[in-house]
Ligand binder design. Structure first.
Ligand SMILES: C[S@@+](CC[C@H](N)C(=O)[O-])C[C@H]1O[C@@H](n2cnc3c(N)ncnc32)[C@H](O)[C@@H]1O
Length: 226
């Protein structure tokens, strides 16, 4: 399993304690979520990630395509990628507990995946991706600084003509997720974030039924790297 860390040079500009506190709070939050709750005790749980799979199937990707699930947690999207025969699969999450749980659930199959424990805004990819998927991680970035970092990392990490699929809460969805403030998007605001280096392909809205029988309205958009 790979880990990444906060770039050392930034410590020269900001006090150590403050940076560590901010980073650890977010990480601690997610480590606790995945330590305390079972798979189907979190609102985002899906037995089958139907919308994500439908987006994947829109693009005739080769089995050699580099595919990454950002904030993949212990989602079952990775299981489907393996079933479909993809060979270069990456799952990145800030929480080591989430990744350990996914690995445990998958058993031997987990060896087919490159697991990365990292805050996406500090990620320095070693490869370029043909398909970048993110369901409900991007919307936790609520400051311009973090959002811009994510966008620049995705811009640099996705191959020309590669795909980006983003799922966030829509403007009809909740304002919080896992007890944290999130940023809601509509088609225009999401596209606006990515329009310099990506062409929008398609956006849809989806009602996700949580394990507690509540409804969360999501917006999913797909983009192609220019
Ligand atoms: C709401 S869950 C969604 C999990 C998964 N994508 C799914 O659809 O089941 C959000 C996930 O994003 C991860 N996450 C939150 N902030 C992150 C960050 N800054 N970098 C990487 N992962 C993050 C969390 O640990 C968690 O697994």
């Amino acid at each position: 399993m790979n880990f990444c860390s906060f770039p050392f040079f930034l410590h020269l500009y900001y006090p150590f304690k403050l940076i560590n506190q901010i980073m650890e709070n977010k990480k601690e939050h997610w480590e606790k979520v995945f330590a305390v709750n079972r798979e189907n005790e979190v609102s985002w749980f899906q037995t089958y990630p139907k919308t994500s799979v439908e987006f994947l199937e829109m693009f005739n990707l080769s089995h050699d395509a580099n595919i990454i699930d950002i904030g993949g947690g212990d989602s079952r999207f990775v299981d489907i990628l393996i079933e479909k025969g993809f060979k270069n699969i990456y799952v990145l999450d800030i929480s080591a507990n989430a990744i350990e749980r996914a690995k445990k659930r998958m058993g031997e199959k987990a060896n087919k995946v490159n697991w990365i424990v990292c805050d996406i805004t500090e990620y320095e990819p070693k490869v370029k991706f043909d398909f970048w998927h993110d369901r409900a991680a991007f919307h936790f970035l609520t400051t311009e600084e973090k959002i811009n970092k994510y966008v620049s990392i995705a811009e640099a990490a996705i191959n020309k003509e590669g795909y980006l699929i983003l799922g966030t809460f829509s403007e009809s969805g909740p304002t919080k997720c896992s007890g944290l403030e999130i940023k809601q998007y509509n088609e225009t605001s999401m596209s606006g974030r990515f329009e310099i280096r990506f062409d929008r392909i398609k956006c849809i809205k989806e009602d996700h039924i949580t394990p507690f029988n509540t409804i969360q309205n999501f917006l999913f958009c797909s983009f192609r790297r220019k």
